[in-house]
Design a protein around this ligand. Structure first.
Ligand code: ATP
Ligand code: MG
Length: 720
């Protein structure tokens, strides 16, 4: 058998990792050292050389995109279909299990997935129903709290809140929330995993079947698993299951969401003896990028430390650009990207990374203006757009009338005369009789609704029933088309002719396309296509959709860049308070996590890395003067090259010997050579002036703190 194609392009420790027969293996290695590649090759190796059926392998990846890529690569390597191979994220695998074993899991067959927005709506409702003050129990916080408990494997009934008023209220809310989900047959993201872990615990026969099925479990990005994911994996691994995990403690970036990097040590102890394999050669980045990233991460105290080297080229220095503000930052970045595209680079080889989602807008606007196709990961994607979610809510009701979140979303959208008061009464009654909103709405006049309100609800119910009848026994695409055409949303938006409304209509039409292109996984093909499509939409909402589109410039948060690589990377918004994020500056542990996030960002770059920061930034409605991120200082200076574009200079630059006093004052009265005072920096002399109006900034040589560039509008300089 010729196995060279599986091993030829691997170094010796990588080969060991691919071929090892140890019962427990752990590859702990730095960024770009080939961990994901090794994991993929190992799956191919097991199938082709060890002759295992794909059916007996489970591979857990971090995103659905990574899963699709992995499957594609394995199929190319083996030149065969990998039907039966389970590869996916924890969530998607747990979801598949619950779909297959809904009865054992205590769920209705048509259970729906509640995305984070629906979840918040439901949480809000239970807070309101307990008549609690949302100021003391803010819905996002309660939602976060519930999800964290679920991630720890705890149900409301398992939490002991004895004597603690706040805690017992939270538990009560958790309890109400669980009951509402139960009534509606709804499952949130954290629940997917919790419930499938309970499936393991409560159904030993079923568990044994899976333990025997999966001879191999492989997990990528293990450093970011949480307690529940760890337990889930451990429960699933039987006595003969071979475990293979890969990870990097320097890239642990989900501590804030309950991930436990300690799971690496725990694994090593619990599965001892574990074969530990280290990979030290980085194949991704230039030496400069790698040394800069290594220099940064050395500032973390808590790390195992490892050597990572590259025999690639030295590469260009990392460029550092200080922009006036976020718009100018975007302009610089997009200029660079345009130039690289003009030089023949692929658009999808440029990535703009940022710490917070909202930063994408400035880049998006400019990309749109210049007609450069781009894709945002981690922002509002197709399945998250309001109108798409409205359309999906109708479909969800068609699939499951008891889906309260969907009911609430569309019962009066488009408006059909069902007011808030009616809804409040309906909610109260539903709670009293412990029924879904739908069921309760059926006999409104019997429990006290006015004839008009009951009639309006009745009409809504009839509409849904009619749509459901028309959808019965038709294809998925036809069902979606019927629902979208009949529900009234199209007319609602079409009536308002603005461009935005037009885009909404297009998005709804696109939903029909999405349905016709949708192909359920092999194992889901016997299930109801509408339910699987809806789950797919909910799971996909967190990620991008498909690769069929043209090549796009990539925009994403640093968190979603994990595991990916690009020729050219822009690390933007590197400012104190933004990155590191203000919430993390005070706590050493969180700050270290931010630094790891920066390390993740830097190590995404293959050829060139550019770091930018803006000196003034509009955030949450007001403009703030910022200072460069400490992470910039922590990168060894010899790897950085600062660029300053002087095209903006409009005033003469001070040169020794020139007559300062003759310099013309600018519109706001500042002139070169003028003595000024600043509230924080003290006295100084204006050395340079750039730009004008709101973009004007001045360079001041302060006697105490040295030279600084300041935005004139915000610096409030007092002439002396
Ligand atoms: P991360 O920690 O960022 O997830 P990783 O360790 O998973 O990184 P990979 O993505 O698997 O690293 O590999 C990084 C790059 O190096 C990929 O482009 C991969 O194809 C390439 N690579 C890995 N090993 C080799 C090798 N032995 N020879 C050539 N290229 C390699
Ligand atoms: Mg990887």
């Amino acid at each position: 058998m010729d196995i060279s194609h599986l091993l030829d392009d691997l170094n010796p420790p990588q080969r060991e990792a691919v071929t090892s027969t140890s019962p427990a293996i752990m590859v702990i290695a730095g960024a770009g050292s080939g961990k994901t590649r090794v994991l993929t090759h190992r799956v191919s190796w097991l199938i082709e050389v060890e002759r295992l059926s794909p059916y007996s392998i489970l591979a857990v990846t971090f995103t659905n995109k990574a899963a699709a890529e992995m499957r594609g690569r394995i199929e190319t390597q083996l030149n065969m279909s990998t039907r039966g191979l389970w590869v996916g994220t924890f969530h998607s695998i747990a979801h598949r299990l619950l779909r297959m074993h809904w009865r054992e899991a205590g769920l209705p067959q048509q259970f729906q997935i509640l995305d984070s927005d629906d979840q918040k709506r439901l949480v809000k409702r239970v807070i309101r129903e307990r008549e609690l003050d949302p100021a003391h129990y803010p819905p996002p916080q309660v939602q976060w709290w519930i999800n964290n408990r679920k991630d720890e494997g705890l149900r409301a009934a398992n939490i002991d809140a004895e004597g603690d008023h706040y805690l017992s209220t939270m538990v009560q809310l958790y309890h109400d929330y669980e009951a509402a989900c139960e009534r509606g047959g709804m499952v949130d993201f954290a629940e997917l995993l919790l419930r499938s872990n309970e499936l393991w615990l409560n159904q030993p026969v079923l568990l044994k079947q899976y333990q025997e099925r999966f001879a191999h479990i492989l997990v990528d990005e293990f450093q970011d698993t949480n307690a529940l994911q760890y337990a889930w994996i451990r429960n699933l691994s039987g006595k003969d299951t071979q475990m293979f995990i890969v990870g990097d403690d320097d890239q642990a970036i989900y501590g804030w969401r309950g991930a436990l990097v300690e799971n690496i040590t725990r694994y090593e102890q619990e599965l001892a003896p574990v074969e530990v394999i280290k990979l030290e050669q980085n194949y991704r980045s230039t030496q400069t990028i790698l040394s800069a990233a290594n220099g940064l991460i050395e500032h973390n105290q808590e790390r195992h430390g490892k050597n990572l080297w590259s025999d690639g080229e030295e590469g260009e220095p990392i460029t550092l650009y200080a922009a006036f503000n976020e718009q100018e930052e975007a302009r610089y970045v997009i200029d660079q990207i345009e130039a690289s595209i003009a030089d023949g680079a692929d658009r999808d080889q440029s990535a703009i990374l940022y710490r917070s989602n909202s930063q994408s807008r400035a880049f998006e606007e400019l990309l749109m203006q210049r007609n450069i196709p781009y894709r945002v990961y981690g922002g509002l994607r197709f399945f998250e757009r309001a109108e798409v979610r409205d359309g999906l809510a109708y479909l969800r009701l068609v699939a499951n009338r008891n889906d309260d979140a969907a009911f609430e979303r569309v019962v009066n959208h488009p408006p059909r005369g069902i007011g808030n008061r009616t809804l409040e009464l309906l909610r109260a009654e539903a709670r009293r009789v412990n029924q879904s909103l739908w069921t309760t709405a059926q006999n409104g006049s019997a429990w006290g609704l006015s004839g008009r309100a009951a009639g309006a609800l009745q009409k809504f119910s009839e509409l849904i029933e009619e749509i459901a009848r028309e959808c019965a026994d038709t294809s998925l695409a036809d069902s979606i088309e019927t629902t979208i055409n009949r529900c009234g949303l199209l007319e609602h938006y079409a009536g308002q002719r603005s461009e935005k409304e037009q885009a909404r209509v297009e998005n709804l039409e696109e939903l029909v396309n999405a349905g016709s292109l949708y192909q359920p996984d092999d194992e889901e093909s016997e299930l109801d296509p509408l339910s699987t499509f809806l789950s797919h939409a909910a799971l996909e909402a967190g990620e991008n959709q498909g690769d069929a589109w043209e090549k796009c410039v990539q925009l994403m948060t640093l968190h979603s860049a994990k595991g990916l690589e690009f020729d050219q990377v822009f690390l933007t918004g590197m400012e104190e308070g933004l990155f590191p994020h203000s919430r993390s500056i005070e706590e050493p542990g969180r700050l270290e996590e931010e630094r790891r996030l920066c390390y993740v960002g830097m190590t995404r770059a293959r050829q060139t890395l550019c770091i930018t920061h803006a000196e003034a930034r509009r955030l949450h409605g007001d403009t703030r003067i910022t200072s460069p991120s400490r992470f910039i200082r922590e990168i060894p200076a010899d790897h950085l090259r600062e660029v300053r574009i002087r095209g903006q200079v409009e005033a003469p630059v001070y040169r020794p010997g020139s007559s300062l006093s003759s310099a013309q004052p600018t519109a706001n009265g500042l002139r070169l050579g003028q003595l000024v005072a600043h509230a924080k920096f003290g006295e100084g002399v204006i050395m340079d002036i750039e730009g004008d109006g709101s973009r004007q900034r001045v360079q001041v040589e302060f006697s105490e703190v040295g030279s600084k560039w300041l935005m004139t509008d915000y610096a409030n300089l007092q002439p002396q």
